[in-house]
Design a protein around this ligand. Sequence first.
Ligand SMILES: NC(=O)c1ccc[n+]([C@@H]2O[C@H](COP(=O)([O-])OP(=O)(O)OC[C@H]3O[C@@H](n4cnc5c(N)ncnc54)[C@H](O)[C@@H]3O)[C@@H](O)[C@H]2O)c1
Length: 425
Amino acid sequence: MSATRSVEFDVKDIGLAKQGKLRIEWAEREMPVLRLIRERFAEEKPLNGTKLVACAHITTETANLARALQAGGAEAILIASNPLSTQDDVAASLVSDWGIPVYAIKGESTETYNRHVRTALDSHPEIIIDDGSDVVATLIKERGDQVKELVGSTEETTTGIQRLKAMEIAGVLTFPTIAVNDAQTKHFFDNRYGTGQSTLDGIIRATNILLAGRNLVVVGYGWCGKGVALRARGMGANVIVTEIDAIKAVEAVMDGFRVMPIAEAAAVGDIFVTVTGNRHVIDGDHFARMKDGAIVCNSGHFDLELNLVALRGMAADPVTMRPFVEEYKVKASGRRIVVLGEGRLINLAAAEGHPASVMDMSFANQALSVEYLVKNKGKLAPGVHLLPPEVDTEIASLKLQALGISIDTLTAEQIEYISSWETGT
Ligand SMILES: NC(=O)c1ccc[n+]([C@@H]2O[C@H](COP(=O)([O-])OP(=O)(O)OC[C@H]3O[C@@H](n4cnc5c(N)ncnc54)[C@H](O)[C@@H]3O)[C@@H](O)[C@H]2O)c1
């Protein structure tokens, strides 16, 4: 750990800051909504002196969120929400150009990752921005005495909200938390278009394969899965979907995809992408059925969607063919299975995560959620909350404005018609 501009930090190389700053500024051009919020925050200082920990993928877009929080007066510390997602130049620039303490190194061990979570908690945060709920879970498990200092938290992703709801049921969630993921201006766009594009970007950057004509299996047809399937089809892949939810499966069928159980898909897929937020959705039995050269990756939050322990048990030691590309040879069949990004989020491990334009709305939600928690300190009941719906509409309106697109408004006649019942056939 080192210190510069009088802040503590743990980043790979502070000398990378110059490149990081340019990339942060590049992303900022695609984040007009967050920029407007930052400018307002700079004037109004709604977060003045608030001690905040943000656990996020340390990317150019997150850097712009951190700038907005800092402009609002927050004392923010940043840590990585995944050992492989940090952009080291961005981490360096945040420390060196903005004086924000960052603890994140691409490729950090699980031990270092957990140490960073604990270091962040040592700052006694009043607000936690979480992505996957690791910070909140550690707070509850290990720092019970600190929980009362928390005004509230926000949660970025589907998996994190699933964990928070489990905490609520277990009776351990004693503070308010905002489910940022559940805002429409978050998951409609970030999970679908962001994950859709950046997951394919990660696969292509890691392997340089052609998607056209390949059988690409999408495991899970939720918001992320829909995005991956639609974008893969757009690049000419034959998309197969696997699901456990009958409604999502019908949706996939009517969207024009083949749907079958994973045990069947395993034998025909060329490329597999898991996006379920669930454990071992590709298991040892499925690896055993795969074709020679099958490529497998995950874009769900945690690295447990692929049962890599089972694969390691079936195969010889992997060979690293290219960065983020490991080839396993199954002993029984001699077939090769290629795992990308160690089974961690492929879009962040091998590419740069979502494009700034979608993160603009996700992080506008984060910034406004933090402001909402601070404004309503002591007034919100413990549990999982949504941001008020008018905030969603405001973010979408600002995005349209930034895109130079205007839409219609209801006429007085239309308002009267849709609020009455008398007029029919
Ligand atoms: N890569 C990224 O940058 C990124 C971005 C957003 C969300 N995520 C993560 O991606 C995951 C999915 O998020 P989402 O918003 O699409 O969630 P979602 O709840 O909308 O979709 C998940 C889908 O997986 C299905 N599913 C569950 N178990 C399955 C199984 N065994 N086989 C097949 N399907 C199964 C569910 O029925 C559901 O339709 C979560 O872990 C989320 O945190 C990642």
